[in-house]
Design a protein around this ligand. Structure first.
Ligand SMILES: [Zn+2]
Length: 468
């Protein structure tokens, strides 16, 4: 899959740094490594909380006991799930975080994600004290990404208050809380240690408007801008109707409008979820150039609501997808659910392909194929959200790609746009055979070289946690 369509017998030249140097159809193939199958750009996963992988499936019973903690979920919505999650993370040690993230990132690679933006807020020890090295937990995430071979955009998260209006953080949040100066110092250390690496990007995140007061938000943006003005900036926003109501009660405005009024939101920004927006907010968010960070399987799992995709796309909005709570690790599944939600609510088959009110020739998708159109949109938004030159097989882009096994029976007779439509909408599981990140194979014949080791460590970490 190339920038402007499909081509056969492509020669892809990759330089030593792992970037695509040239791409040519019908070139001399002598001395080249041959790849059989269909090659797609790898997907950027714009939103993950790695540790939540270990609790996927453990918060599905109303009034469930949190394993090992005897804490009861209070309700069957986002907020009840959050109680279970808080009980779970209270026990996590650095080794366990690294083990969970390592296995998770391997699973992401196998699913077709070649890069991930880790929205990382677990900074402190269980009692709320800082680790001796304030970047301890961040370093574990980086080590896990390196071991798995996935490209990482690390988003250390600023988290200070439990609700709008500066409510102090509650006990369950002591592992997240940092003062703005502590946060910026941590950011500087990470930048000094890791900036400039091919498979690493540093960004910033405000957890949400309820967790970051306005003054801290401005200070954070200013401080981070002084370190690197091109950093990706992410924020959870308008995920639940309660958050919207609380924000209006606090400020008179819903969260997306408040943010657009108080920060210079542009293409550096990713608004994660943005589920509940008014018509005016949809128009303004779409035209800001920011990316809507959609996490369909998690939003469905938590009962958050449906994003107004057709309205947003009609205004020229850009989207990417994230695995968020990691209840699914498959970009095709995210896009399928994103689209099916829209079909069900609009009672149409193609509400995800609206005519834009003001066509923008710089947008990648002019396709009539729903699967290929969504894949291209998510590639574009994912790359921008991760702050990387990825999402496209063209010179100057990082060589992040996935190889689809077109010999498997489930994909018989599929190529081009029909192949993408089939990957999203047909039973074609386990179709990804090989995965490359930065010019290096990380999955070959569906295997990762560290698979056994990562599995053993993950199993040990989860077993310890379940034992409490
Ligand atoms: Zn999240």
């Amino acid at each position: 899959m190339l920038e402007d369509g499909w081509a056969d017998d492509i020669v892809l030249e990759i330089d030593e740094a792992g970037m695509i140097q040239s791409i040519e159809a019908g070139a001399d193939t002598r001395g080249c490594e041959r790849i059989e199958g269909a090659v797609l750009p790898g997907m950027g996963n714009l939103h993950s909380h790695a540790f939540q992988r270990a609790m996927a499936g453990l918060a599905e019973q109303t009034g469930t006991k949190d394993p090992g903690d005897s804490k009861l979920a209070k309700g069957d919505d986002f907020w009840g799930w959050r109680d279970v999650m808080y009980g779970f993370l209270a026990r996590l040690a650095p080794d366990q975080v690294e083990a969970i993230a390592g296995w998770l990132y391997l699973e992401m690679l196998k699913g077709g994600y070649t890069g991930v933006a880790e929205f990382h807020y677990l900074h402190n020890a269980p009692d709320g004290s800082a680790y001796e090295d304030s970047t301890e937990m961040s370093s574990r995430i980086i080590a896990a990404a390196n071991r798995a071979g996935i490209a990482l955009t690390l988003l250390p998260v600023l988290y200070q208050t439990s609700d709008f209006g500066g409510q102090p953080a509650v006990d369950a949040q002591v592992r997240f809380a940092k003062s703005t100066s502590e946060y910026l110092a941590m950011l500087e250390t990470l930048h000094a240690r890791h900036a400039g690496k091919l498979d690493f990007r540093l960004g910033i995140a405000a957890h949400s408007l309820r967790a970051v007061p306005p003054e801290a938000l401005s200070e954070m943006l200013e401080g981070a801008g002084a370190i690197d003005p091109t950093m990706p900036i992410h924020i959870h926003i308008a995920e639940t109707t309660k958050e919207v109501a609380d924000c209006i009660a606090w400020s008179g405005a819903p969260p997306v409008a408040w943010l657009l009024d108080h920060a210079a939101v542009d293409h550096h920004w990713t608004l994660v979820h943005a589920t509940h927006m008014s018509e005016v907010e949809i128009r303004r968010a779409a035209r800001s150039g920011s990316i809507a960070g959609l996490c369909p399987t998690t939003e469905a799992n938590l009962g958050d609501g449906l994003f107004a995709l057709p309205d947003y796309l009609r205004e020229g909005g850009r989207i990417g997808i994230g695995s968020d709570a990691n209840v699914a690790l498959d970009p095709f599944e995210e896009l399928r659910l994103l689209d099916y939600g829209q079909r069900l609510i609009h009672r149409q088959r193609s509400p995800s392909l609206p005519e834009p009110s003001q066509p923008d020739p710089s947008l990648p998708d002019q396709s009539a194929s729903i699967g290929a159109g969504l894949w291209r949109r998510a590639l574009d938004g994912g790359a921008t959200a991760l702050g990387t030159q990825t999402g496209c097989l063209a010179p100057g882009y990082r060589a992040d790609l996935i190889v689809i096994d077109t010999d498997q029976a489930g994909l018989a007779g599929r190529s081009g746009e029909f192949l993408l439509d089939s990957l999203v909408f047909a039973p074609a599981r386990d179709a990804i055979r090989d995965v490359m990140v930065g010019g290096a194979w990380v999955i070959k014949d569906r295997r990762h070289e560290a698979e056994d080791d990562l599995a053993v460590k993950y199993l040990a970490a989860v077993t310890e946690m379940m034992a409490g």
